[in-house]
Design a protein. Structure first.
Lengths: 258, 213
């Protein structure tokens, strides 16, 4: 049994009276791709933000490589270097070129020499298929290209785990494929990934495990086959039905047949 | 006539000097205040807000007199030129603070989140990610403030600094040609403001981020 790279124990987040999520226990093993699905407002995005300490949590613990990163006095900036994050709205640094976006973490955070950082950044841009757009500014790139640069920016830090927060939700439909393609390739290369998405096709094809979250709790988790074809909970079945209807007829036929 | 003209023109150097001290001084002070207001804690935030409110709620000339008597008093004793320039800078800092605060807010919280997500500290995020974008956004409104400071530099006339307006007034009194004297003064101010705005427009254009392939 391998040790999980990332683990949450009874992780809880409360905004005032509102429980965003409660007692979330999640394990992500090395090389695994875990997809979290669930209705909007279920706390999936907040969960990711709590995991890399961008949002303070209200209870429970998070462990990275066996060390509790939620412990008092743990260096947050240090932690975030090891957890890559990709956002729904890309959040590229607008004043930097694609290359600059990927380089800046290397030069300013990792204090890597410029030439070495440039080479490494080009390598990462190449990995997402955008080496030829290195000198383009975010404003000159399509949404899909921006998101791929954002992925390269996170990858450049050599993170232990990558968090994806609905990486394709802000994209035009014809641009979704290129981003999912990059993510699939990462999964094949055994990058450890925790992905929040509504892309059921991606979840079914790429995920090692799917976690269904609703109202701040994990309702069910299991292999894609289990969740899509033999869900234990009625809510899981309902949700998958609804989302498949929304996101394409092809999906609907497959789940409907199950 | 040529004497007449060169007398006022000599004042131009002083006007430009006052502006070149007041503007950068106000920029540094205003930037500090804007950062404190945006990213500081509750207490610092309140102090900065009070500073802005106070400075912008009193006519510049009144503040100028108050600050002047502090800066050229017993404790600190600066020349009228320096006391006037720095006072003007302090007055301007409150306006520049508001310009920069708006620009910082316009950059948006997302950029900070993204910077923190790759392991930057707050200070690094501000330095490398937020400020380069905010300063770009601030150039057009800052250009407006620059021309205001340039024109308000005429207020140090009241402190006895021999800049354009003071010299124009002296000439008007001695030569009995007020239209000519003040007309020349007006023309010089106009040319200075015009040139400043054009220069900053150019800077804004040069630093604009490309949006099309």
């Amino acid at each position: 049994m391998t040790n999980p790279i990332l683990e949450t124990r009874k992780l809880t987040k409360i905004y005032g009276q509102n429980i965003i999520f409660k007692n979330i226990d999640l394990k992500v093993n090395e090389g695994e791709t875990i997809v979290i699905i669930g209705p909007s407002g279920t706390g999936k995005s907040t969960l990711l933000r709590c995991i890399n300490l961008l949002t303070p949590h209200d209870g429970g613990q998070v462990f990275l490589d066996g060390a509790e990163i939620t412990a008092k006095g743990h260096d947050e900036d240090q932690v975030r270097q090891h957890i890559g994050m990709v956002f729904q709205n890309f959040l590229l640094f607008n004043h930097l070129t694609a290359l600059g976006n990927v380089m800046i973490g290397l030069t300013k955070v990792k204090k890597m020499p410029k030439e070495q950082a440039r080479a490494k950044a080009m390598e990462e841009l190449n990995r997402v298929g955008l080496a030829d757009r290195a000198d383009h500014y975010p404003g000159q790139l399509s949404g899909g290209q921006q998101q791929r640069v954002a992925i390269a920016r996170a990858l450049a830090m050599d993170p232990r785990v990558m968090l994806f927060d609905e990486p394709t939700s802000a994209l035009d439909p014809e641009l979704i494929g290129e981003v999912l393609g990059v993510m699939e390739k990462l999964a094949r290369d055994h990058m450890t990934m925790l992905v929040v998405t509504h892309e059921m096709g991606f979840a079914r094809e790429v995920a090692d495990r799917i976690v269904f979250m609703e109202k701040g709790s994990i309702v069910e988790e299991g292999s894609p086959d289990d969740l899509f074809y033999h869900p234990k909970h009625e809510r899981t079945r309902e949700f998958l039905w609804k989302i498949s209807e929304l996101y394409g007829k092809k999906e609907k036929e497959k789940t409907g047949a199950a | 006539m040529s004497n007449f003209f060169s007398y006022i023109v000599q004042g131009t150097a002083i006007t430009v000097g006052v502006t070149l001290i007041a503007l950068p001084f106000g920029l540094v002070l205003g930037l500090l205040m804007a950062l404190v207001h945006t990213y500081g804690g509750k207490l610092l935030n309140r102090i900065a807000a009070a500073y802005s409110l106070l400075m912008r709620g009193v006519p510049p000339i009144v503040l100028l007199f108050i600050l002047y008597f502090i800066l050229s008093g017993k404790l600190i004793n600066l020349s009228p030129f320096w006391a006037g320039s720095l006072s003007l800078g302090i007055v301007s800092s409150a306006y520049q603070m508001e310009i920069l605060r708006g620009a910082l807010l316009a950059v948006g919280g997302g950029q900070m989140v993204a910077a923190r997500a790759i392991g930057m500290s707050r200070l690094q995020s501000i330095q490398y990610i937020i400020l380069p974008q905010a300063l770009r956004l601030a150039i057009p409104p800052w250009s407006n403030e620059a021309s205001i400071v340039l024109k308000d530099s005429s207020l140090v006339y009241a402190l006895g600094v021999p800049e354009i307006l003071r010299r124009a007034q002296q000439l008007s009194a001695t030569t009995q040609q007020p239209f000519l004297a003040y007309g020349i003064a007006a023309l010089i101010y106009f040319v200075l403001v015009f040139a400043t705005n054009r220069a900053l427009d150019y800077l804004s254009e040069r630093t604009k981020l490309p949006t099309h392939p």
